[in-house]
Design a protein around this ligand. Structure first.
Ligand code: GLA
Length: 403
């Protein structure tokens, strides 16, 4: 009997001890990650340049906060004590000095590692070193850890991510924990109390709707990524503190300006983290305008934190709807045709409502003001049909707010 009580007591203690840091992602995290553009070709000048531009270009003011170094920041071997070593050729001043630089700009700093023996690019993974690595990150002042899933044969995903979460917690420095196992183990079913965001798909690539094979795996364009988990319960689970991660953005990486706008609108309406993946030091004015559109970002940051859903897809015009605070709505009309489309949307004929949030528009009893988030102007009310012309692969993104 006493033994059972003791075991129960110890389990409760372990449970109470093991948690993630709360309050770090009340809205989807925003920042920049090196992988999409630079892969392992990273160094301290790049990071400093990006941090400078965050401030100079108003990205910081727009809400972008984390600068994350992805794979390739370490040497190929640990040191004799088993510690990870920042590659001295890429980071001659050392990681601590670089983190201090990023912090001095009022920004936060993130690193990448992997649950397996090796990272996806073949650098030392954290398997067997989780607590040691977590202490090292804390000593450098790291604020964010992206934790990947390569070289993990026979490992159990839940256990691996729980272990790293506990190691970070034990190290004592609040770290936003970004789970990256590509949705293979359905993290939306178990990761809510483990990480702050979890990838739901394999890697993104900079195209509208393509798929590019790499032998045993493939990367996916924007719409392939959006479609991939459509039959899963991802939407019901995400919310303040824990988000579905649709991967780092490809805005500014070669798609048309219209496609970039649609991509950004979708990441916002889906409540994905907004992690830029382009070279922000050399981006065009148009890309900057898209990425810093505060009205679109506000949709992503809406206090309800309920991801949007596909309302309809007729004539290749996708309509996505997201319930918002104060009984408002955000709606994206996306033209997937290769020709300009005219829309004529009669609010009375398309009753908008959401079973998950139990929010219903009831347009017959309410009038909403319509605001065009890329045009930055009010464009009427729901008393009249919404008529608009939408360019090829472009988006009309609006909010509806009660008068
Ligand atoms: C995996 C991840 C990517 C990136 C690379 C780095 O493919 O999904 O986002 O981190 O590894 O090697």
């Amino acid at each position: 009997m006493n033994k059972i009580v003791l075991v129960l007591f110890l389990s409760v203690c372990t449970f109470l001890n093991a948690q993630k840091f709360e309050g770090l992602a009340n809205t989807p995290p925003m920042g920049w990650n090196s992988w999409n553009t630079f892969a392992t070709d990273i160094n301290e000048d790049l990071v400093k340049g990006i941090a400078d531009k965050f401030v100079e270009l108003g990205l910081k003011d727009a809400g972008y906060e984390y600068i994350v170094l992805d794979d390739g920041w370490m040497t190929k071997e640990r040191d004799p004590n088993g510690n990870l070593v920042a590659d001295p050729e890429k980071f001659p001043s050392g990681m601590k000095a670089l983190v201090d630089y990023v912090h001095s700009k009022g920004l936060k700093f993130g690193l990448y590692n992997c649950a397996g023996n090796k990272t996806c690019a073949g650098y030392p993974g954290s398997r067997g070193h989780q607590y040691q690595d977590a202490r090292l990150y804390a000593s450098w002042g790291v604020d964010f850890l992206k934790y990947d899933w390569c070289d993990t044969s026979e490992l159990n995903a839940q256990e691996s991510y729980f272990t790293m979460r506990d190691a970070l917690y034990k190290a004592g420095r609040p770290v936003l924990f970004s789970i990256c196992e590509w949705g293979d183990n359905k993290p939306w079913e178990w990761a809510k109390d483990v990480g702050h965001m979890w990838r739901i798909t394999g890697d993104i690539i900079n195209c509208w709707d393509c798929e590019v094979g790499h032998g045993s795996w493939s990367s996916s364009g924007i719409w392939k990524i959006i479609e991939m988990r459509k039959n899963e319960k991802t939407r019901q689970v995400a919310g303040p503190g824990h988000w579905n991660d649709y991967d780092m953005m490809e805005v500014g990486n070669g798609m048309t300006a219209a496609e970039d706008r649609s991509h950004f609108a979708m990441w916002s309406i889906l409540n994905s983290p907004l992690m830029m993946g382009n070279d922000v030091r050399s981006m065009s004015k148009e890309t900057l305008n898209t990425l810093t559109n505060s009205e679109v970002i506000d949709v992503n940051k809406d206090g309800l934190g309920i991801p949007g859903f596909r309302f309809s897809n007729e004539d290749n015009i996708e309509i996505w709807v997201k319930p918002m605070e104060n009984e408002g709505w955000a709606i994206a009309f996306i033209n997937k045709n290769d020709t300009v489309a005219q829309i004529d949307f009669d609010w009375g004929k398309h009753p908008i409502g959401d079973d998950v949030s139990q929010q219903f528009m009831q347009v017959e009893n309410n009038t909403f003001t319509i605001r065009d988030l890329f045009g930055h102007k009010n464009i009427g009310t729901t008393k009249k049909s919404l008529k608009a012309s939408i360019g090829v692969h472009d988006v009309l993104m609006i909010t509806l707010s009660k008068k």
